[in-house]
Design a binder for this molecule. Structure first.
Ligand code: S3P
Length: 432
């Protein structure tokens, strides 16, 4: 396991930086392209390890995939691929998005296969996606405890009306993908809306998608039909941008600009909280605004921080940024509290447990709640050793802790950062 040691920077962070392209959009682009007829061209495809898992999966399913620099071309399986039995399990690496969206793609195809992955992924819940796909007509079973491997025989599907029991964009996306090959329309209802990249890309690929919002939540209805190939340049990743923004908000005097980042409202909850805490955050729109995803340069300037409260309604728009917010809370005046975020316990690690253990090891006043956490600040962290628990988001959070601790912070498991943000340390160094 790699260990990285981080200390305080000598000056404030400053400058401009382009973060890697968006992981969630890249996964969807590759997987939706696989389901289409024709060749899609995806520019600025994410270099994240997790997205490689998606390209590897669609290649194994029989798509032609070529890479030219950061541009990916994927030739889809078309409307009626011939039936196939895959003898060996298909590896989804450590990527939950690959496995869940992959299951949605395969559910309507005449394929019999097993989806498996790294030990970290084999601990994560998959019944949440198996259950609705089963209701649609796929033969699908999970292993002990509802975990992977997933055994799947795709086939003829019927549309369903479905409300996921937990707010999950991955589950929504899997059901919508399967809905494209069903015999009748499919509707997913979300009492608390989640990221909408799938809906946006489906519409861009010519699918008949209708989104309706009300006080009760958001419904997405998709009609069965073929997808056109996709032409897309993926914007920068809002979650990776959040890491560098958090660094700027922690280090006194910092002023950074993160260029060409996805400004999708369903993804930028972190920046809204950062603003509420007192940091100066500005969005400058980029591009012609005609692509499926809005893009902006985000400028973040240091200011004294105040505590925040986050409840279930706000969680999906910042779910992956909650570890960063836990760290920021140690520097903020007052008691910060996160509730309604029990989903954090079934991410790449139990992020509530791992985050609070790591922050406490550094000297923070932090406490676990069943569905969130409480942090009291401001505290000057002492430094020490943190275990990233094989989790890229914890690894980056603890790395940032080193920027504001009295002594150095050693992060065990720094290599996992590449699952979402290869080049993270270089980008951080570039700003400091
Ligand atoms: C993702 C959705 C979220 C998020 C994950 C990526 C996606 O997971 O935590 O990192 O791309 O749809 P859930 O859908 O399980 O909440």
């Amino acid at each position: 396991m790699s260990v990285v040691t981080v200390g305080r920077p000598q000056r404030p962070l400053s400058g401009r930086c382009q973060v890697p392209s968006d992981k969630a959009i890249s996964h969807r682009a590759a997987i939706l392209a696989a389901g289409s007829a024709g060749t899609s061209r995806i520019g600025n495809f994410s270099p994240a390890g997790d997205c490689h898992a998606s390209t590897a999966l669609v290649r194994r399913l029989g798509c032609e995939v070529t890479e030219d620099g950061d541009t990916l071309e994927v030739t889809g399986l078309g409307p009626s691929p011939s039936s196939r039995v895959f003898e060996e399990g298909l590896d989804c690496g450590r990527s939950g998005t690959t496995m869940r969206l992959g299951a949605g793609l395969v559910a309507g195809l005449p394929f019999t296969l097993q989806l498996t992955g790294h030990a970290q992924l084999l601990r994560r819940p998959m019944e949440r996606v198996a259950e609705p796909l089963r209701r649609m007509g796929a033969e699908i079973s999970t292993s002990a405890g509802g975990r992977p491997p997933i055994h799947l025989r795709g086939g003829e599907l019927a549309g369903i009306e479905f409300t996921p029991p937990q707010a999950s964009a991955q589950v929504k996306s899997a059901v919508l993908l399967a809905g494209l090959r069903a015999s009748s329309p499919t509707t997913v209802f979300e009492p608390i809306p989640t990221r909408d990249h799938t809906e946006r890309l489906l519409a861009a690929m010519g699918a008949h998608v209708v989104v309706a919002e009300s006080d009760q939540g958001r419904s997405v209805r998709v009609e069965p039909g073929a997808l056109n190939p996709l032409r897309l340049v993926v914007p920068g990743d809002a979650s990776s941008a959040a890491v560098l923004a958090a660094a700027a908000a922690l280090v006194k005097g910092s002023d950074v600009v993160l260029e060409k980042v996805s400004a999708n409202p369903s993804r930028i909850g972190f920046f809204n909280v950062l603003r509420r805490m007192g940091a100066r955050v500005e969005f400058e729109p980029r591009g012609d605004g005609r692509g499926p995803e809005p893009v902006a340069d985000i400028r973040v300037r240091y200011a004294a921080l105040e505590a925040f409260r986050i409840d279930a309604r706000e969680v999906p728009a910042l779910i992956d940024e909650l570890p960063l917010l836990g760290l920021l809370a140690t520097a903020a005046e007052g008691m910060s509290e996160v509730r309604g975020a029990a989903e954090l316990r079934v991410k790449e690690s139990d992020r509530i447990k791992g985050l609070i253990a790591g922050l406490r090891a550094l000297g923070a006043e932090a406490e676990e709640l069943e569905d969130g956490f409480i942090v009291r600040g401001p505290t000057t962290l002492r430094g020490g050793v943190c275990d990233a628990q094989t989790d890229h988001r914890l690894a980056m959070t603890f790395t940032l802790a080193g920027l504001v601790s009295e002594g150095p912070v050693e992060v065990a498991g720094s290599e996992f950062v590449a699952d979402s943000f290869p080049g993270f340390l270089q980008s951080l160094r570039g700003l400091s």
